[in-house]
Design a protein around this ligand. Sequence first.
Ligand code: AMP
Ligand code: ZN
Length: 141
Amino acid sequence: MSDCIFCKIVGGEIPARKIYEDELICAFLDISPINFGHVLVIPKEHHQSASTVPEATAGRMFAVASRIGILLKRREEYDGYNLHLADGTVAGQVVMHVHMHVVPRGAEDGFRWNWRQLAYPEGMADEIAASLRAKLAEKIG
Ligand code: AMP
Ligand code: ZN
């Protein structure tokens, strides 16, 4: 049996405040929210990384997460929301079952993402774009 905490939530083995589920995905309240109403949207099938989630499931996750975001704005009087997905420990992933955070945001909520904005050295942006473009054309095109 899986010892994945989110698989256990899907299977009803541990409690969670589920707000939505269908055949592909499940959404529930984050137990330690950034703001009240913070939701996690997960595939029912266990995947560690977003990259292996089948496209139909990934699409459903995105569609439902953004609808939940809109609902939080309309019904809970937030001003906006962030969708956030941490893929890998260095990216901040703690629970190794992929999940999309829906974080409701208020104008005065006092929460700041620790975001930075670097400047590319001469030539580097063109190099990176060309390399990614070529590899993506092989993989996806
Ligand atoms: P991440 O850092 O992106 O892996 O986020 C993991 C999230 O899961 C955190 O925001 C936790 O608060 C949340 N979390 C962990 N355990 C539970 C649980 N049993 N029920 C609901 N949310 C959980
Ligand atoms: Zn799992």
